[in-house]
Design a protein around this ligand. Structure first.
Ligand SMILES: *[C@@H]1O[C@H](CO)[C@@H](O)[C@H](O)[C@H]1NC(C)=O
Ligand SMILES: *[C@@H]1O[C@H](CO)[C@@H](O)[C@H](O)[C@H]1NC(C)=O
Ligand SMILES: *[C@@H]1O[C@H](CO)[C@@H](O)[C@H](O)[C@H]1NC(C)=O
Ligand SMILES: *[C@@H]1O[C@H](CO)[C@@H](O)[C@H](O)[C@H]1NC(C)=O
Ligand SMILES: *[C@@H]1O[C@H](CO)[C@@H](O)[C@H](O)[C@H]1NC(C)=O
Ligand SMILES: *[C@@H]1O[C@H](CO)[C@@H](O)[C@H](O)[C@H]1NC(C)=O
Ligand SMILES: *[C@@H]1O[C@H](CO)[C@@H](O)[C@H](O)[C@H]1NC(C)=O
Ligand SMILES: *[C@@H]1O[C@H](CO)[C@@H](O)[C@H](O)[C@H]1NC(C)=O
Ligand SMILES: *[C@@H]1O[C@H](CO)[C@@H](O)[C@H](O)[C@H]1NC(C)=O
Ligand SMILES: *[C@@H]1O[C@H](CO)[C@@H](O)[C@H](O)[C@H]1NC(C)=O
Length: 495
């Protein structure tokens, strides 16, 4: 009965955001930033359904159209003052960056500025005006129900955050925070919060055990207990989120949900950052994903979804600062994973590509003519780089159609980011987890060799080129009628 009542109260006071989801931030300070099409190919291959952009890049929003992927767009800090000072500027921003893209692109929120109260304090006085002006423009376009307006905060605006029940927002900012929370409450929006247990752990004054930051199990006597509420905390993430709930309720706001707009762990650091390691980054992000998708909420708000955007998709090599600044990504710019997440039974996000390698190989009983056709198609219209198959190159031996076809169709499958239907070739190919690499012949898709890079892929192969593959002079094109090529193209394109 008590449980029922608690549940009932939560249901009244905390608007449900539905099931928790995992999203990913896409920073673009990358030397060889992949094209928007390549980014979207990677997102699809990884099952990533939610992203946040740090701007409202037109080409990126265009590439995300009709993909089903939900998008948070951002007003960059350098545009915030203009928008906060002029409702016309805000209306123009919405017209150009939102109305031009919906409904094809599913924009779900506008993140206005980034950590304004801690990194752009001169814009703080206009922050709430900016939110209100943008909201007014959304209302005028009848988009305010589907698109929420908020602003991501650094968790350092919360003071005395342990025990969470004593947390409060830095009072300097109450004149901004109170109207901001009123706005979020009245528009049904959420508090956007960046949660970095890594930085909490790194603070010289902190005495946080690494295991507590990484969601590793702690012995019961090491668990953190809030002596006011008697709630047990098994990880820093939950404690920070609960501190934010308590800081809001200290100002009498008890029904604003929280969206974690950034969280992550760097995989590499300099000598002063010894805990920025691949193992720790993998442990943190894998456990974070499992924790969020489990929908267990936090000790203060059990069962209330805390959807979270991982920081971040790519390593950003152009960011300045300590080495860790360049190493928050899950992927290199070429699409190769930085590490293999441990996500068994964690649902469908990142479930396939980064847990187990898969390859596309010729079936053992496949008809040689069909394999020849598949080989010619992959090296020709399929645009695979088949040069490793040339005489004197690493994959020339064994010099037979089945071996060469396996190399080429696997390269195509990897190039297409393993999308459904790209390992079929009229039934002669199948997916395997056994790495077919041999000797110095490294198959694309082999981890550690950066083989799963995606480059210039088109999801539907062009039907323009029905001949003249790069290797057609080496492989007997005579057995290949153009209608067979066309059939293969269609079967790949349709599947
Ligand atoms: C992973 O594979 C399973 C089964 O093959 C499939 O149902 C699921 O959608 C895939 N997930 C992703 C993210 O591709
Ligand atoms: C901006 O505000 C002024 C005065 O409050 C109002 O008259 C005008 O309609 C607003 N413009 C837009 C684009 O909302
Ligand atoms: C857009 O995203 C929202 C929120 O996830 C979802 O409810 C809606 O169905 C999506 N719309 C389309 C057209 O996919
Ligand atoms: C509160 O915010 C003000 C203004 O940014 C800052 O100067 C001050 O150091 C903050 N207080 C704490 C305890 O961090
Ligand atoms: C919160 O509400 C209580 C009780 O109504 C009131 O005493 C208190 O002043 C309020 N605090 C703020 C910050 O508004
Ligand atoms: C998942 O949630 C259940 C109950 O909500 C909880 O007992 C379990 O410990 C959670 N697992 C993880 C990995 O958080
Ligand atoms: C990954 O491979 C391991 C062992 O080969 C297997 O037990 C596990 O089910 C695989 N995971 C996925 C998501 O395919
Ligand atoms: C993968 O590629 C990235 C960047 O291109 C490089 O820094 C990294 O060392 C490569 N990893 C391996 C194992 O080759
Ligand atoms: C992508 O393709 C271009 C041209 O085909 C090539 O120059 C470049 O090296 C490729 N990049 C990667 C990461 O494979
Ligand atoms: C295909 O052919 C059309 C018409 O000739 C041309 O406009 C288009 O650029 C070609 N596409 C490719 C990928 O070559």
């Amino acid at each position: 009965m008590a449980v029922l009542i608690i549940f009932h109260l939560l249901a009244i006071f905390m608007p449900a955001l539905g099931d928790a989801f995992i999203g990913v931030n896409i920073g673009t300070d990358v030397t060889n930033m992949p094209s928007p099409t390549e980014v979207v190919t990677l997102l699809k291959a990884q099952g990533i359904q939610h992203v946040r952009l740090y701007d409202a890049d037109r080409a990126m929003l265009h590439a995300l159209a009709n993909t089903g992927i939900r998008v948070i767009v951002s007003v960059p800090n350098d545009q915030l003052l203009g928008i906060g000072q002029s409702n016309a500027t805000a209306a123009n921003w919405v017209a150009r960056n939102i109305i031009a893209h919906v409904p094809a692109t599913n924009i779900t929120a506008i993140a206005v500025g980034s950590e304004v109260l801690t990194s752009l304090t001169n814009a703080a006085p206009v922050l709430v005006s900016a939110l209100k002006f943008l909201q007014a423009a959304l209302v005028a376009a009848n988009l305010d129900q589907q698109i929420k307006v908020s602003t991501p905060h650094s968790s350092s605006v919360i003071l005395d955050s342990f025990p969470p029940s004593q947390a409060f927002f830095n009072k300097t900012w109450d004149p901004v925070m109170v109207p901001l929370l009123k706005f979020l409450q009245s528009t049904g929006s959420y508090l956007m919060l960046n949660v970095y247990p890594y930085y909490d752990f790194m603070k010289p004054s902190a005495v946080i055990p690494l295991d507590y930051a990484l969601f590793r199990p702690l012995p019961p006597n090491k668990e953190a207990i809030d002596s006011n509420t008697l709630l047990h905390y098994t990880n820093v993430f939950d404690a920070v989120v609960d501190a934010a709930y308590f800081a809001m309720s200290y100002l009498n706001f008890t029904n604003i949900p929280i969206l974690v707009t950034e969280s992550g762990w760097p995989s590499k650091g300099d000598s002063s950052e010894p805990d920025a390691t691949i193992d720790n980054a993998n442990t943190y992000n894998s456990n974070l994903i499992r924790h969020v998708l489990n929908n267990s909420g936090t000790p203060k708000q059990p069962g209330i979804a805390i959807s979270t955007y991982i920081y971040e998709l790519y390593n950003e090599d152009l960011r300045t600062g300590p080495v860790s600044e360049n190493n928050w990504g899950l992927f290199y710019a070429n699409g190769a994973p930085v590490y293999t997440l441990h996500l068994t039974n964690a649902g469908t996000v990142f479930a396939n590509d980064t847990t187990n390698q898969t390859f596309c190989v010729a079936k053992s009983n496949a008809d040689t003519k069909m394999l020849q056709a598949a080989l010619d198609w992959a090296c020709g219209p399929g645009k695979v780089d088949c040069s490793p198959l040339l005489q004197g190159q690493p994959c020339y031996d064994p010099n037979n159609v089945a071996a060469h076809a396996t190399y080429a169709i696997n390269a195509y499958y990897q190039q297409m980011a393993k999308s459904a239907g790209t390992c079929d070739f009229k039934g002669v190919a199948s997916v395997t987890t056994t790495n077919p690499s041999h000797g110095s012949c490294i198959f694309p898709g082999s981890y550690g060799k950066n083989g799963s890079s995606i480059n210039g892929t088109e999801l539907a192969p062009s039907t323009n080129s029905t001949n003249s593959g790069c290797l057609s002079q080496y492989y007997n094109g005579g057995s290949l009628t153009s209608s067979l090529i066309l059939t293969l193209i269609l079967s790949v394109a349709v599947l």
